[in-house]
Design a binder for this molecule. Structure first.
Ligand code: ADP
Length: 396
């Protein structure tokens, strides 16, 4: 069976066609700036050059149709007919407390995704549009895979905030966590690499991409994770603040004369390493600037490493130990300096890096020094594969 995996954003669409006979991605692509001037599709067939199609893409229906056209194209396509697509799997950001697992899409599931829109107003409506467009264009069974699902095993003591309990009862204000699909994938891979059942392991997974989160996984279940009600909590990210005193929010709003959307914008889009450095959210730019002596770039990187190390320390305490620390996503997989910067705080845990192994890229690797007590693993994430697997599971 071939499965189309879709990740629909408010103005973007990422797709991948996965052949489940050997779990390989046949082709993938990205449609950008949907409904905005300068829209385009970038399509990549495995082993071939990228194809870029620039044209007006007025909505998600056009975007999904373009993705299907690219996949069935005589030259850069990978299937002869759209009928070869047996099912579609969608990344859905927020499943609230309704979904601890992936779900086969039906009217009730769509209604439940809609109900969670107030918790993820930018993401869930776009995810739903993607589902409805596929319903029309493909007419195959569809599955929703939730970013929050894996974290539903968190106990109440870790997911509640110290707010009046009614805030949870009335508005479902609690910590949900995100990147669950990625944390689940890399923790399963880590168990394989370590040759032990996941039920016996204490793992800390660091998903460090544009958005970033840390997750404490004990016996295959999430004990705690750094993102909260929204993806703003926790680590300092590319453009997001991460943790801070909530009183700073009202203070800054008063001082700067910001309304709620202005403050939301400041915390989500103008902060993080980009806001501290004043340079960029991209770690390659920051490392270059820092090497050239830019002190704010150095400061942003130091703050980033420190915050990740602090979470690792906290989660080690929470689990009373840790067997392995996992690095994944853009910075986690590629940022050797960041990994080193974080691990320099962790000598007390028996963490020691092998510098040569830490310098390698692109595959699963144990980068710990010989004999180090706590293992440090680099594991490239593959959220699309998890979505495809769960889709197959629920549709076969
Ligand atoms: P997203 O959260 O958008 O999926 P990714 O996981 O792709 O993000 O991570 C993107 C980030 O990865 C970039 O912003 C950049 O900071 C970082 N990155 C990519 N390549 C490198 C590299 N060679 N060294 C350090 N950081 C890198």
């Amino acid at each position: 069976m071939k499965i189309l995996v879709l990740n629909c954003g408010s103005s973007s669409l990422k797709y991948q066609l996965v052949d489940m006979s050997n779990e390989t991605a046949l082709a993938k692509g990205l449609v950008e700036r949907i409904g905005i001037a300068g829209s385009r599709l970038v399509h990549e067939k495995e082993g071939a050059d990228k194809v870029i199609i620039e044209q007006d893409i007025k909505d998600h229906t056009v975007a999904v149709q373009m993705a299907i056209d690219a996949l069935t194209h005589a030259g850069h396509g990978v299937i002869a007919d759209v009928k070869e697509i047996g099912a579609a799997g969608h990344r859905v950001v927020h499943g609230g407390e309704n979904f601890a697992e992936a779900a086969l899409i039906c009217d009730e599931v769509k209604a439940a995704i809609k109900e969670c829109s107030s918790l993820a107003p930018l993401h869930n409506p776009a995810n739903l549009v993607g589902i409805e467009v596929c319903e029309k264009l493909l007419g195959v069974p569809q599955v929703a895979v939730f970013d929050t699902a894996f974290h539903q095993t968190m106990p109440k003591k870790t997911y509640l905030y110290g707010l009046p309990y009614e805030m949870y009862d009335k508005h479902k204000v609690r910590r949900y966590g995100f990147h669950g699909t990625s944390h689940k994938y890399v923790s399963d891979r880590a168990a394989d690499m370590l040759g032990k059942p996941i039920s016996e392991l204490k793992l800390i997974s660091c998903h460090l991409g544009n958005g970033a989160s840390v997750c404490a996984i004990q016996g295959g279940k999430v004990l705690d994770t750094s993102m909260g009600l929204t993806p703003l909590e926790g680590l300092i990210m590319g453009t997001r603040t991460g943790d801070m005193d909530p009183a700073a929010v009202t203070f800054i709003m008063q001082k700067e004369g910001l309304d709620t959307s202005g403050m939301d914008d400041l915390m989500n889009k103008k902060s993080g390493v980009a806001g501290v450095s004043g340079i960029s959210s991209d770690f390659r730019d920051l490392e270059k600037a820092s090497a050239e002596g830019n002190e704010r770039a150095r400061l942003a990187l130091d703050m980033y490493d420190y915050r990740v190390a602090k979470y690792i320390g906290a989660y080690t305490a929470a689990m009373n130990g840790v067997d392995a620390i996992i690095f994944t996503a853009g910075v986690g997989e590629n940022g050797a300096d960041t990994r080193k910067g974080i691990c320099q705080y962790l000598g007390y845990l028996g963490v020691a890096l092998d510098d040569e192994k830490n310098g390698k890229r692109g595959k699963e690797l144990d980068i710990s020094a010989e004999g180090a007590k706590t293992r440090v693993l680099v594991i490239p994430t593959n959220e699309e594969l998890v979505i495809a697997r769960e889709t197959l599971q629920l549709t076969k």
